[in-house]
Design a protein around this ligand. Structure first.
Ligand code: SF4
Length: 450
């Protein structure tokens, strides 16, 4: 630091250390303490100190990666119990269970359902991310099932559900390159299981009869030097599974105990006992608290629509509004005679407005400009939803080629923009719409009659 003539301390630029990238050891240490930088970046630390400090400054909950390439998913890594405290980080993922004792036709149907469910909602691709392959008793049929799924063209990450280490030894090489989750380490087989997964650092699923046993088992596995784990809180009853799942997360994050600092896998197909609606109900519960992989008996649109919807709501940053993509959307088979309606890109507003347009059954083109992801009045007040923004969108979006109709309906709450729009879009008839979305069908029907 240097004293300026004004008596104000002024920071003189200092060269950053070429090893750690910080100007001083203190600045480096502060970043390490906040978890933003790894202690190993300083080459002058002894190995023992790095080990001690890395453990002390590691995140409370590990982030475990399962799958590879397009089907790679991060699980865990959470820092808070509740979304409103900060944000939740890694969304839960859905898996469908297949086993070698199922009929061929049942397996084919479930694979087809997994392929069918695929859609994009507010920029997020919704699909089944995992297939869980359970070994029951016939090794040859089990290995054949893994190969069959692998060659089916299904784009999913794998979970091998098998507590027989000898069978796992033969099954694992088939999908080893896909970085599967090898599920089934228990108190009797965990040493063999760790031996199987250690070399390739494949994530290992751990199960026990109760919470105490699970804790002891995780400690035992960690003593073997293995910490790439996913925990099964059990699936004996709904009550016990819920209690255990919440307890694990609380012990980890509130109790600051890293022994339970891992993501979870829950077999909801077992808890629901074949009741599809129970499965959906349980999935919503464990999406909120705190399942990382939820295993279901099937994934069809009936399950997918509510489950992916709630997941998207829970696992988005409450500070960042969800936005729909800027563009032109045709509703109710809009054609070259349909009027144009404009609203903001705030997802909630868009879905309320488009829902009412769909309810009216009147064909309409929706034009959505970049309004910063805010609601109508907020974006207008922030200067992001102005006459010139809407006019530019109309001129540049290609809507003038899609329809001959030159009626542009704007939200009633920004009626004040009418004059500016009439100046910017002289060929268009600017109609001030309703102040509430629920009156949109009435407005559209009245306009069609005129
Ligand atoms: Fe950075 Fe370590 Fe050098 Fe300090 S001793 S400046 S922390 S590399």
């Amino acid at each position: 630091m240097a004293l300026t003539g004004l008596g104000i301390f002024k920071l003189t630029p200092k060269k950053n250390c070429k090893d750690c990238g910080f100007p001083t050891c203190l600045a480096f240490s502060m970043k390490v303490a906040s978890g933003a930088v790894e202690i190993s970046k300083c080459p002058h630390m002894s190995k023992e100190s790095i080990e001690k400090l890395a453990e002390a400054t590691a995140p409370l909950m590990k982030t475990i990666t399962v799958g590879k390439g397009d089907t790679e998913y991060k699980l865990g890594g959470e820092t808070v119990l509740f979304r409103h405290e900060k944000t939740l980080v890694n969304r839960n993922r859905f898996a469908v269970l297949l086993s070698e004792n199922m009929e061929d036709s049942e397996i084919d149907t479930k694979i087809q359902h997994m392929k069918d469910v695929k859609y994009v909602r507010i920029g997020e691709e919704m699909k089944t991310e995992f297939v869980a392959l359970r070994y029951v008793s016939n090794k040859d049929k089990y290995l054949a099932l893994i190969n069959r799924v692998k060659s089916s063209g299904l784009k999913v990450a794998y979970i091998l559900v098998c507590e027989d280490a000898a069978v796992m030894k033969e099954a694992l090489p088939i999908v080893k390159d896909e970085n599967p989750l090898a599920y089934g380490a228990n108190k009797d087989n965990f040493k063999d299981m760790v031996e199987l997964v250690k070399q390739d650092n494949i994530p290992l699923g751990v199960k026990a009869d109760n919470l105490e046993e699970l804790y002891t088992l995780v400690e035992g596995i960690q003593k073997l030097g293995y910490k790439n784990l996913v925990l099964d809180p059990g699936s004996k009853s709904i009550k016990e599974t819920f209690e255990n799942t919440v307890q694990i997360r609380r012990i980890n994050l509130q109790g600051q105990d890293r022994t339970f600092g891992y993501p979870s896998i829950l077999f909801l197909n077992e808890l629901a006992k074949g009741d599809k609606f129970q499965e959906v109900t349980l999935s919503t519960l464990f999406t909120m608290k705190y399942g990382s992989i939820l295993v279901l008996s099937d994934m069809d649109y009936c399950r997918a629509l509510p489950l992916y919807g709630i997941r998207q709501n829970i696992f988005t940053d409450p500070q960042k509004p969800m936005r729909v993509e800027v563009g032109v959307y045709g509703l109710n088979n809009a054609d070259d005679n349909s009027p144009v309606m404009c609203t903001v890109d705030f997802a909630l507003t868009y879905f309320i407005v488009s829902g009412e347009v769909e309810r009216s059954k009147m064909p309409v083109w929706m034009v959505i400009p970049d309004a910063g992801g805010y609601s109508v009045l907020t974006s207008w007040a922030a200067g992001k939803f102005t006459g010139s923004v809407i006019a530019d969108m109309v001129k540049n979006s290609g809507i003038e080629q899609k329809t001959k109709n030159r009626t542009l309906i704007i939200p009633g709450k920004v009626a004040v923009l009418k004059g500016e729009l009439e100046e910017n879009l002289p060929d268009w008839n600017i109609v001030v719409g309703t102040t509430e979305a629920m009156y949109i069908p009435k407005l559209l029907k009245e306009m069609a009659v005129k």
